[in-house]
Design a binder for this molecule. Structure first.
Ligand SMILES: [Zn+2]
Ligand SMILES: [Zn+2]
Length: 268
């Protein structure tokens, strides 16, 4: 499945695709510092204790180094032609940056940003670039059977989506992080939110015309997870925004999005 084919079948996603293209192009024009590969052996004990890599003191990851790149992205987007209300929100963030720089020397107080959801999204557009080599090296080093937890082994976020990989009997269920894009193994059955193991309380809802995608949900906590049943189209089908219509279907059924999302841009 390519992005163009998917968009031709789901024309209502085009405005989102346009924003995604614009933001990615702006990010591509910025120099992003590449995070150094941490010493995985030093981190190993934390891994087995369930501490995500980026939260581990042993990995000593420096989030601040990506901050100037995030600021550059905000400034670039503030002068780009974006649809509303995104354009105004980006200009608000850029204006806030200027005030912050002016007041930084006078006060140690930092106030909450005007658009925390948008700031988080833009922050991760940069961080995912900065962290890409670390995430790849971590995939190689990590023994997935030693994790099987319901949060990302790299950044600690709950899953955004799920993927079924391979054929039975060796089929694997992988959870997918919407922030750093790590995919990690989870138990084949069981709810990743309330962690019930009762298979009778879990169900899958297929959606007409959406081969490859379905909604898995749990009767105990009403949480659902959009699931890509297949391989090869991860960049399209696990992007989260490309299946926004499935979130609407799930919500109409009274299900709750307990999965994490980077696309709640106006969340406060
Ligand atoms: Zn992650
Ligand atoms: Zn549940």
């Amino acid at each position: 499945m390519t992005r163009d084919v998917w968009l031709a079948r789901h024309p209502y996603l085009q405005p989102l695709a346009d924003v995604d293209t614009l933001v990615e192009a702006a990010a591509a024009a910025i120099t992003v510092p590449i995070a150094p590969i941490p010493d995985f052996e030093r981190y190993s004990a934390d891994f087995h204790a369930g501490v995500p890599l980026l939260e581990s003191a042993a990995a000593a990851f420096d989030f601040d180094s990506a901050e100037p790149a995030v600021h550059s992205l905000i400034r670039r987007l503030a002068s780009a032609s974006l649809p509303e209300p995104l354009a105004t929100s980006c200009r608000d963030l850029a204006a806030e940056l200027e005030t912050e720089l002016e007041t930084e020397l006078e006060t140690a107080d930092s106030t909450a940003p005007a658009h925390p959801g948008l700031l988080r999204y833009l922050g991760w557009v940069i961080l995912v670039r900065s962290l890409a080599p670390v995430v790849s090296a971590f995939d190689v080093w990590r023994n997935d059977e030693g994790w099987l937890r319901n949060y990302c082994p790299a950044c600690g976020e709950p899953p955004a989506m799920c993927q079924l990989v391979g054929k039975d009997p060796g089929r694997l269920r992988k959870l997918s992080c919407g922030r750093c894009r790590t995919r990690w193994r989870y138990r084949r059955t069981g709810c990743p939110f309330c962690e019930t193991k009762d298979a009778h309380r879990l169900a899958a809802l297929s959606v007409d015309g959406e081969e490859g995608l379905r909604i898995d949900y749990c009767d105990v906590c009403s949480g659902y997870l959009k699931t890509y049943d297949g391989e090869g189209s991860e960049s399209v089908l696990l992007a989260d925004w490309t299946s926004l219509h499935l979130d609407m279907i799930a919500r109409e059924r009274g299900l709750k999005r307990l999965a994490s999302s980077l696309y709640e841009l106006d969340a406060h």
